[in-house]
Every structure is written in C-alpha cells, then in structure tokens.
Ligand binder design. Structure first.
Ligand code: ADP
Length: 549
C-alpha cells in the first residue's frame, strides 16, 4: 500500500512539474517575443527617412542596434539592401511580416530564418512617405526548444529535489495513514478482547473487526464443542477406530483402539510394523479383514484403505464363541446320536439277516427299543433346549408346592429300585410366576439326577420354602461332584462319568436346560456338593416381578 501511495504521489508531482515547466517556458518565450517586438519598434525609430535607401544606410542602422539584421525592400518585397547577406534583388514578399506590412503597414513574425539559420523576430514597416518601401529589422531569439534545453538542468535538479522531498513526505504521510491501520490489525491478531481506535475514519473498520472477532470466537467455540462431543462419542464407542495415512501418520485414534493397540502418543503404532501380515497389507494398500487376539478377547480388524485409511476394530469374542459353541453343539449332537443309531442298526441288520437265534431276538428288540427311547429323549432334550430361546409365552402363577406333590409320585419306582428314601419338606401354597411346563422340566431334571447319581439306600430331600424369596432345594446323598465338575456340569453335553453315555446315563443336557430356564426367569441357581457325600441344587426364585408366595 505504502509503495502504491509513493508511486502515485511521485507520478503526480513529476507530471505536475513537467507540465508547469512547459507552461513557464511557454510564458517566458512569449514574454521574450513581446520584449523583442518592443525592442524592434525602438530600433525602427533609429531609421532615418532622409538617408538614402541603400546598403550603407542599412548597415549603419544595423550597427546602431549591434545585433539586428536590417533589410530594405521595394514596395513589392524585392530586397534593396540587407545588413546580413547579399540578397539584393531577391524577393521577400512571401515572408509573413513582409506580407502583413504590404497589406496593413506593419507586421511581425517569429520564425527560423532561411538566410540567418536562426530563430528570428522580424518587424517590418511600410514607409508610405517614401513611396511604400519596406524596412525590416530582425533580431535573433532563442526558440522554445532552446528555452527548454536551457532550462533542462534546472528542471532536472528541481525534479530530483522534488522526488526526494516527495519520497520523504509521502513516506511520512503514508506511515501516518497506515500506522493506525497496522496497529488495529496487530491488536486484532493478538488481543482476545475487542479492538479500539481514536480515528473516526477507522471506527467502522474496528467495529467490523470486533464483530468478526465475536463471530470467529463463536465459531471456534462451536468447533471445539463439536470436537469434544465427537471425541466423547468416539471414545465411548466399544469399537476401536484408527484413521491414518501411514504407520506413523496418525490422524485419529479413539480410546478403545489406543488401549487395544497400546498406543503411546506421538509414537507409531507398533502392531502395524510388528505384525507381518498387517505390515504387508499396509504396503499393498488393499482393504482387508483380519482377526487378532488382544488379551483374552478376539477382535476383527477391518482395514479400509483409501485417503485416509480407516481401521475398525470390533470385539467378536461373543460371536466367535457362539460360532465355536454351535460347532461343538453339532459335534456333540452327532456323537450322541451316533451311539444309539449304530446299535439299533446293528441289531436290526442281524435280525433281518436271520442270523440270530429266536431266543435272542426278544433281547435284541428290547435293546433296539431302549436305544430308540434314548434317541427320542435326546431329540426331545435338544428341542426343549432350543425352544427355551424362542419361548415368548406369558407367565402365570404356578403353585410349586402342588406341582412337587404331583410329580414326585412318578419317581416312586426309581426310588424304590435304588432303595432311596424320600424326604419332602415343602411349605404349602408357594407360588411363582412362570409356566407349568418350565417348572416340570426343572423339577424332573433335578429329581431324576438326585436319584440317578444317588447311592443305593441313599436319601433324596426336596425342600420348598416360601416368603419373600421362595427357595427350592433338591438334595441327595449321592456321589457328589469335584470342584472342577461343579463349574462345568451346567455346560451342554457335559457329563462327569463318560461311561454313562450310551448306557443309562443322560446326555448332559438336563442341567443346561435348568440353567437356561433359571437365567431367563431371573432366578438364582446354585450347586453345593462334596465329592462322595452328596449334592444339593438350590433355586432362589428371586426375580422381583415374578415372585409370588
Ligand atoms: P445328564 O443327563 O447326564 O444327567 P445333566 O445335565 O443333568 O445331564 O447333568 C450333567 C452331569 O452332572 C451329569 O452327567 C452328572 O455327571 C453330573 N450331575 C448332575 N446331577 C448330579 C447329582 N445330583 N450328583 C452328582 N452329579 C450330578
């Protein structure tokens, strides 16, 4: 800006000075012409009309004036005598001053003389008393250009001085103008508060700056708040997110990802270089999905390569466990089905081939029926187990005391067979919110286990207490459970004694069903057991909304 002001000021003054110089030169020149004309009139007075109209008279007149050229001409402009050159006989009637004198009695002209080769001022007078002869006197006068050339050193000197002065004054002036603006800008950039100025011309600017400052402040605050919320959202996500351009060029990492990848601020992510597969992937810049274990958990690492690259880390422990459990389940079911099916098929083929003596056929048929029952039981248990997840039927009040009394009779033959004495310790009228078939499933499983894993001549005790927390206990004096088995008996297809399989033992689904039903109902299921002494399964019907007594 300063530069532009300086250039403008300089241009204006230089042009001004040049124009002024030309004007003055013109004025000087005009005044010089005027005074030359006056001088010529004076010289003309020196002309003696009585003197002969000859070369000598012309030269004498010229001598009187020192520098003048005197020309005598006939009335038609033919030169009679000339003090400067021998031009007698030549005509000068075409010269402006001569023409004017012939026509009007006198005439002036300023021009370059062909004869003298100088700029001359001529004054010509018609001498009527001498028969109209013409007397012309001319004196040299510098041309306008010569005037300019003469004045040029002064003009240049003046211009230089002017430029210097102009530079100084323009610099001071622009500084004075620009300084408050600069001060305002500096204040705007550094101070967090508003800017002020004492100059009224700058007040609208200061007002605008303050407005802008306020707007920017608002925007910055909003951006900060947005960033804070964004960070909050990202950090509270259970998924890990990393946005990056390269292993050491990290744009964003959320809390979960930072924890999983043990990220240290301003350090590259170690996994990106230490894990060969990931390093290769980053080098190839291809999107891919990998699985990695961090601690006890399984994670899916989905790399979406682009500009920038995005890594999404998802905890897939549960889905992987579910997939594993599904595979295990299928393997277990297949295994459990295979044993009875093999035996049924084997015996049926033998009978069909007629290779079995008639007295053994009945025994074989009995085995086939037993194995078929076992297979049917397995299928029923699997159906029951799976049905729990989709069971959305509404609960209603079930009298558990009554249900125990109803069911227990069905176990008499088995109890008798093992000589087990039954103790019923049931408080009457204990009701819970559930469905009859669910409680039947639970009671059947616990009571039949209490008989199956009891000792010959043992005791089976079924207790039910009411009150705020109704509680069912099925206790036996059977083989008991080791500490390890206590934690595993609720797993699907888990049986302590594997030799039971294919024989009289179950499939390891009963307690899994009991556990699933209790968990869905919000009841607490506990097991207390001492190896060789006996086991107790306790259910506390503790879900508040389902409690009834
Ligand atoms: P199963 O049909 O094999 O009995 P469960 O799921 O009911 O399947 O039981 C799983 C395993 O837990 C059984 O195989 C058994 O080893 C053990 N178990 C269950 N109840 C008792 C009990 N009352 N006493 C000792 N062990 C038991």
């Amino acid at each position: 800006m300063k530069k532009r002001i300086l250039i403008a000021a300089l241009s204006v003054t230089i042009i001004g000075i040049l124009l002024l110089s030309l004007l003055f030169i013109d004025l000087f020149y005009r005044s010089a012409v005027d005074s030359a004309e006056k001088q010529l009139r004076t010289y003309m007075n020196f002309f003696d009309a009585s003197a002969p109209f000859t070369q000598e008279t012309a030269e004498a007149l010229a001598e009187k004036t020192v520098t003048a050229r005197v020309t005598f001409m006939e009335a038609d402009g033919t030169v009679v005598a000339d003090s400067f050159a021998e031009v007698e006989g030549q005509t000068r009637e075409d010269r402006a001053e001569v023409r004017a004198a012939i026509a009007e009695g006198e005439g002036y002209s300023v021009r370059e003389s062909d004869t003298v080769k100088k700029n001359m001022v001529y004054y010509c007078v018609r001498m009527d008393e001498l028969g109209g002869v013409l007397v012309r006197i001319g004196i040299p006068l510098d041309s306008e250009i010569a005037f300019f050339v003469d004045a040029l050193p002064s003009i240049i000197w003046f211009l230089v001085m002017d430029i210097l002065c102009c530079l100084v004054f323009a610099w001071l002036a622009t500084s004075a103008i620009v300084k408050p603006v600069e001060q305002l800008t500096r204040e705007f950039a550094t101070s967090s508060g508003g800017v002020k100025t004492k100059y009224p011309e700058l007040k609208p600017l200061a007002k605008m700056m303050n407005q802008m400052n306020a707007d920017i402040g608002d925007k910055v605050a909003r951006i900060k708040e947005d960033n804070r919320i964004e960070k909050l959202v990202l950090d509270s996500m259970e998924h890990g997110i990393v946005i990056f351009r390269g292993p050491s060029d990290l744009i964003l990492i959320n809390k979960t990802a930072a924890q999983l990848l043990s990220y240290e601020e301003n350090e590259p992510i170690a996994l990106f270089s230490e894990d060969g597969e990931i390093a290769e992937l980053l080098a190839s810049e291809e999107s891919a999905s990998l699985y990695r274990k961090f601690g006890e958990k399984d994670y899916n690492l989905r790399f979406t390569m682009g500009d920038p690259n995005v890594l999404l880390i998802t905890d897939v422990t549960e889905s992987m466990a579910a997939a594993r459990s599904k595979n295990e389940f299928i393997a277990n079911v297949t295994h459990e089905m295979n044993t009875p099916l093999t035996s049924i098929k084997g015996f049926a083929e033998l009978i069909y081939a007629g290779a079995v003596p008639p007295e053994r056929i009945q025994g074989m048929a009995k085995t086939i029926i037993k194995q078929s029952d076992r297979l049917a039981n397995l299928i029923r248990s699997i159906i029951n187990f799976s049905a729990i997840d989709s069971d959305e039927l509404p609960d209603y009040e079930v009298d558990v005391s009554e249900l125990i009394a109803e069911l227990i009779g069905g176990f008499e033959p088995k109890l008798r067979k093992k000589d087990i004495s039954l103790k019923i310790n049931v408080e009457q009228g204990v009701k819970v919110m559930s469905r009859r078939e669910r409680l039947v499933e639970i009671l059947n499983n616990l009571i039949s286990n209490g008989i199956r894993y009891n000792k010959e001549g043992g005791v089976l005790e079924v207790s039910l207490t009411g009150g705020a927390r109704p509680c069912l206990t099925v206790r036996d004096t059977g083989i008991g459970l080791s500490e390890e088995d206590k934690t595993r008996i609720f797993d699907r297809f888990y049986t302590v004694d594997k030799s039971h399989n294919g024989g009289g033992g179950g499939f390891g689904l009963g307690l899994a069903i009991v556990k699933k039903l209790c968990r869905r109902a919000g009841w607490e299921l506990k097991v207390e057991s001492t190896l060789g002494e006996g086991t107790a399964f306790i259910i506390e019907f503790c879900s508040d909304q389902q409690l009834k007594s």
